[in-house]
Design a protein around this ligand. Structure first.
Ligand SMILES: *Cc1c(COP(=O)(O)O)cnc(C)c1O
Length: 497
């Protein structure tokens, strides 16, 4: 399988290994496969484990690696006891036609683990293929979920070292404790005074600083990023769409070939885009429903064909979806506009200059054929949490609740005729403050810390606190450093061995 950039039609023979190491194409576009492999024998995966299904589905995209290598990567990621559920990504049915796909049984309790548990093996394997002996230095600025998931993925992976910068004022208590207690011999976590933009701005500067990267290279390091536009993060996500469908067939909820809908809580458009690729590979998926919070730029885009980021930014209770520019959308535009890099480039330039662009009617129609879209207000999100608990004795986190609320808005109390899977992206305990408020009410949560609420919520509902979060407040702090943005470069050089 070869890859090309969404903004350029000259070079179309990047290998999977190159694409994983480079992350972003040299022209600023995103790497996409030159053709989408058809996966006709998916029914043969019915009796296989998650890890074997994932290996079979990823293989055609990652042919820089042998079947044996891909199998080994999947075993290391999904079969080594790091996921707290034997099925890795189990389905939970709540009504005749409605299911939740739980993608949060990994070590950090959010769906980012599905890809970030395997990405480090792909990165290390790709460097070996390219006979590149430099250490990969992963730099990430995080507003929460990604940083912790990247730390857990890269910890103790030979040939890699990871540095995560997070804003002191920009993450929850739980997220902060998850990061500053991180274990591993190759990990560094540094708090930056200021907000997420300060941390991210600083990281971008480091990547763009030729002198610094030369100094790092001289010391044997090559910079890499683990962010969600890397193809190596997208391709593992295709597997869980197939796996959910296969489980529905295996449990005789559907016949093989019967169409199914997915509702996906969406931020950077990475998760839902993997669903689109699954459909293009032959999975009988009818509609993908894109669910947004009050930052509903994607809802408007899918409904009108006009992308417009010129609007108020809302800080919501589903913070991992507080995004106004969804980077992975570029890949969808490319696939559905007739794979015309000039069109894509034009739209992205307009977005850069004016903050908005409008796609042509044919491309818009193609998008509408695949996608529905809706958004949930904060109040609707709280209601979805409390209603799902009251009616089904099932706790969902605020991101998942956005998807549930959008489903309810579209289909009402009767629900959809078509079997529908809501993609559940975080453990309810990870965002327990909002969940406890919705389920227990204001009086019972008042005055309690996030850590006390973990226990309170668990006692009140009978659901167990996941291992990644229990006892967090008493773990040893291993990364106490807090610096100013201006100190990022010297700090980085100082801490690398
Ligand atoms: C990252 C994240 C999302 C959004 O996923 P995208 O791939 O960015 O669309 C949703 N929910 C949770 C809990 C997340 O961590």
């Amino acid at each position: 399988m070869l890859y090309r950039s969404t903004r350029n039609d000259k070079k179309n023979n990047y290998s999977a290994a190159e694409v994983i190491l480079q992350g972003l194409a040299p022209d600023g576009g995103l790497f996409t496969p030159v053709e989408i492999p058809q996966f006709k024998q998916w029914e043969s995966l019915l009796e296989l484990s998650y890890s074997r299904r994932a290996a079979a589905l990823m293989q055609p995209y990652l042919d820089s690696f042998s079947e044996k290598e891909i199998n080994a990567f999947c075993t290391a990621a999904y079969d080594s006891g790091r996921f707290g559920h034997p099925s890795v990504a189990p389905l939970r049915r709540i009504t005749k036609n409605l299911f939740f796909l739980e993608l949060w049984h990994g070590p950090t309790c959010a769906f980012k683990d599905m890809a970030l548990q395997i990405l480090p093996h792909l990165v290390r394997g790709a460097a070996a293929k390219n006979r590149d002996t430099a250490q990969r230095l992963i730099l990430t600025a995080t507003s929460g979920d990604t940083g912790k998931a990247a730390l857990e993925g890269f910890r103790d992976i030979p040939g890699t070292r990871i540095v995560v910068f997070f804003p002191v004022d920009g993450v929850s208590e739980i997220q902060k404790m998850q990061m500053i207690t991180q274990e591993g011999s190759n990990v560094h976590v540094i708090a930056i005074r200021g907000n997420f933009d300060a941390a991210q701005g600083g990281v971008k500067e480091i990547f763009a600083d030729g002198e610094l990267t030369a100094e790092l290279a001289a010391r044997g390091y090559r910079l890499s990023s683990a962010n969600s536009i890397n193809w190596g993060r997208l391709v593992p996500q295709i597997a869980y769409y197939f796996s959910a469908y296969l489980d529905l067939v295996r449990e005789r909820e559907i016949r093989a070939g019967e169409p199914v809908d997915f509702v996906v809580p969406t931020g950077n458009f990475g998760n839902i885009l993997a669903g689109f690729y699954a459909r293009q590979m032959g999975l009988p998926l009818r509609k993908l429903i894109c669910a947004s919070n009050e930052n509903n730029v994607l809802t408007d885009f899918i409904n009108t064909g006009c992308y417009d980021r010129n609007r108020t930014f809302h800080c919501t209770i589903s913070p991992s979806m507080d995004i106004l520019v969804s980077s992975n959308l570029e890949r969808l535009l490319f696939e559905l506009c007739g794979r015309d890099p000039q069109k894509v480039k034009g739209w992205m330039e307009q977005l850069n200059k004016t903050g908005r662009y409008r796609i042509d009617p044919q491309t818009h129609k193609a998008i509408k054929d695949f996608f529905d879209a809706g958004y949930a207000t904060e109040e609707e999100t709280y209601t979805a949490i409390s209603r799902t608990y009251r009616e089904h004795n099932y706790l969902i986190d605020p991101h998942t609740a956005v998807a549930r609320a959008v489903y309810d808005k579209i289909y009402g109390d009767a629900g959809s005729e078509v079997k529908t899977v809501i993609v559940s992206t975080a453990s309810p305990f990870k965002f327990n403050a909002s969940v406890a408020l919705a389920v227990l009410g204001r009086d019972r949560v008042a005055g309690h810390s996030e850590f006390e609420l973990l226990e309170l919520l668990s006692k009140a509902t009978g659901a167990a606190v996941p291992p990644g979060l229990s006892g967090l407040e008493s773990r040893a702090v291993r990364h106490p450093m807090v610096i100013r943005r201006e100190q990022m470069k010297e700090t980085l050089l100082g801490l690398l061995p």
